[in-house]
Design a protein around this ligand. Structure first.
Ligand SMILES: NC(=O)c1ccc[n+]([C@@H]2O[C@H](COP(=O)([O-])OP(=O)(O)OC[C@H]3O[C@@H](n4cnc5c(N)ncnc54)[C@H](OP(=O)(O)O)[C@@H]3O)[C@@H](O)[C@H]2O)c1
Length: 210
């Protein structure tokens, strides 16, 4: 059962590829250029070269599950946010529908249901995340939406919280997000799927996705 990782060369994508390959999972990492193929193969993951802004339907051949952890990043403008985080995600959802994908795991953002409640500077990003999540919710593709807070490179604790106080730090380690993605993939998505806010916390990731 093959899982396509969209955004495989990213920080979270690489963690998923390394940890998933170590677990013996059949992963296919989607990367944007050929130079990224060998570094992914060193993590034990096969790669397909494709761009969300171009043709990428071929990446779905033989795939049963999809993880979307791509993002245009904070260094780009709202135009790329729209093209990658929203339009790219929507096209990936449509492709998943066409291919009968069994489980689509979306990496969204904390509190994306309230996109205007955040700093105005990130409102376009939050709106893109919410719109992509909403598109997935009504797509008929079985899904899990993971909504991490501010990402850190701290070691993973294996524990998270799905609730957060407005005064709290609202951070989560990328290793914990990767562990949540792998745990979600190992679970059967309920219908309708779940959307989970995620920050570092006290609940075992294994328990959360059991
Ligand atoms: N930063 C935060 O605090 C935060 C908080 C909540 C949620 N998130 C979300 O977490 C996810 C991943 O985080 P991260 O730290 O792993 O980010 P990252 O390291 O920036 O990884 C994003 C990946 O997306 C890929 N990508 C960008 N445009 C693409 C395109 N047109 N086609 C295919 N791939 C493309 C990038 O490719 P290249 O490697 O070629 O550039 C990169 O590998 C994103 O969805 C982000 O929105 C982030």
């Amino acid at each position: 059962m093959r899982t396509l990782i969209i955004g495989a060369n990213g920080n979270i994508g690489q963690l998923v590829c390394r940890q998933g390959s170590a677990l013996g999972m059949d992963l296919l990492g989607m990367v944007r250029n050929t130079e990224q193929v060998s570094s992914l193969e060193k993590l034990g993951t096969r790669a397909v070269v494709a761009d969300l802004e171009g043709e990428f339907a071929q990446a779905f051949d033989g795939v049963s599950k999809v993880v979307f952890t791509a993002g245009s990043g904070g260094h780009t403008g709202a135009d790329k946010t729209l093209l990658v985080d929203l339009y790219g995600a929507v096209l990936a959802i449509e492709e998943s529908k066409r291919h009968g994908i069994e489980h689509f795991v979306m990496v969204s953002a904390l509190d994306a249901d309230h996109p205007l409640a955040h700093f105005p500077k990130i409102a376009p990003y939050m709106l893109a995340k919410k719109a992509a999540d909403d598109y997935l919710r009504v797509s008929e593709v079985p899904f899990t939406i993971l909504r991490p807070g501010l990402l850190t490179n701290n070691p993973g604790s294996g524990k998270v919280s799905t609730t957060f106080a407005s005064s709290s730090a609202k951070k989560i380690s990328r290793e914990n997000v990767a562990a949540c993605i792998l745990a979600a993939l190992a679970s059967t998505p309920a219908t309708p799927g779940r959307a989970l806010d995620l920050v570092d916390g006290d609940q075992s990731i294994k328990e959360l996705f059991r």
